[in-house]
Design a binder for this molecule. Structure first.
Ligand code: FES
Length: 315
């Protein structure tokens, strides 16, 4: 795996809210950090050769990054260590920021939907909409109020544009009602756990609301469109690589000596985005919208495959 170039990020401040740690990260040398836009995430390299992605949830004009990290006892490792060990002075290798979940202004109302720790990119996007004077609403769902990160900050920033839905207070979100409130020309953005996003996607479809989601974990994959080997031509060198069933394009092209940046290897981070020059892609990532898939101009080679015998990629 070839990771993106890293930069040192030093923990400046940590505040804890239930199982969530809010961590501010700065440049240890005191200089500026790369610019970012709401919806962006950074990679953090953690012990055990683990790389995790965290959405930025602070102010893009601030000199430091801010992330919120949930301690997940049954998670995939990394975040629990970070919640327990983050302290001022700790320096980690980071990469990015990278954004595959940008907020774009809409003519109608924008509905921001956050489930649990999925509030992190949503908080930054809603703040952007507020500053720009757009018509927006935020609906934030969680199990307990005490476990909902950024809840006080959101209440202060968004006042009556924010609706809190707290399961143990009996105020679960009415997703159909929320989708109906979007109206013509509007759109919804959502981030949260897989089950929450699945419910949001179904409600958006029922009410024909344009929806963009960010997944933390990969969507459940259907069987590949083809169960046979296929060829990938690397346009820059003219080399053709055969990709066997059970091998990813990323693995096959790296074995052939091509250079492709990657990080999550599960189709969620966007690092391995590759332009498609010819051929039809079997998109299996958790990033692209249906329209973006239909354009067939980029693919994520860590998980996506060919829906035809031969692809030509800009590699
Ligand atoms: S490496 Fe993360 S999407 Fe491919």
């Amino acid at each position: 795996m070839t990771h993106a170039d890293t930069m040192p990020l030093e923990v400046i401040e940590v505040t804890r809210h239930g199982d969530v740690a809010l961590i501010t990260l700065g440049n240890p040398g005191g200089g500026a950090l790369p610019a970012w836009q709401p919806g962006a995430h950074i990679d953090l390299h953690l012990p055990g050769d683990v790389v995790r992605q965290y959405s930025l949830c602070g102010d893009p004009d601030a000199p430091a990054y801010r992330i919120a990290v949930l301690r997940e006892a049954d998670g995939r490792g990394g975040s629990q260590w970070l919640v327990d060990h983050a302290a001022p002075g700790l320096t980690l290798a980071g990469a990015g920021p990278r954004c595959h979940f940008p907020y774009e202004p809409h003519e109608g109302t924008t509905l921001f939907l956050a489930g649990g720790i999925g509030v992190t990119p949503i908080a930054a996007m809603a703040a952007q909409a507020r500053v720009a004077g757009h018509d927006y609403r935020v609906a934030y769902s969680g199990r307990t109020r005490a476990g909902m990160a950024l809840v006080d900050e959101l209440a202060e920033t968004h006042a009556d544009r924010l609706a809190l839905h707290v399961s143990d207070e009996g105020t679960r979100a009415d997703l159909d009602g929320l989708m109906m409130s979007v109206g013509e020309g509007g759109a919804a953005y959502a981030c949260g756990p897989a089950a929450y996003l699945a419910a949001v996607e179904e409600a958006a479809e029922r009410h024909a609301v344009a929806l963009r989601v960010e997944h933390f974990t990969p969507v459940e994959l259907a069987e590949p469109a083809r169960d046979e080997a296929f060829e990938v031509e690397l346009a820059m060198t003219g080399v053709t690589v055969e990709v066997q069933p059970g091998t990813s394009i990323l693995q096959a092209v790296e074995e052939a000596g091509a250079f492709v940046l990657s990080s999550c290897t599960e189709g969620t981070c966007g690092t391995c985005e590759t332009p498609v020059l010819e051929g039809e892609v079997d998109h299996r990532d958790s990033i692209l919208t249906a329209d973006e898939r239909a354009r067939n101009d980029v693919m994520y080679v860590c998980v996506s495959r060919a829906a035809c015998p031969r692809l030509v990629l800009d590699l």
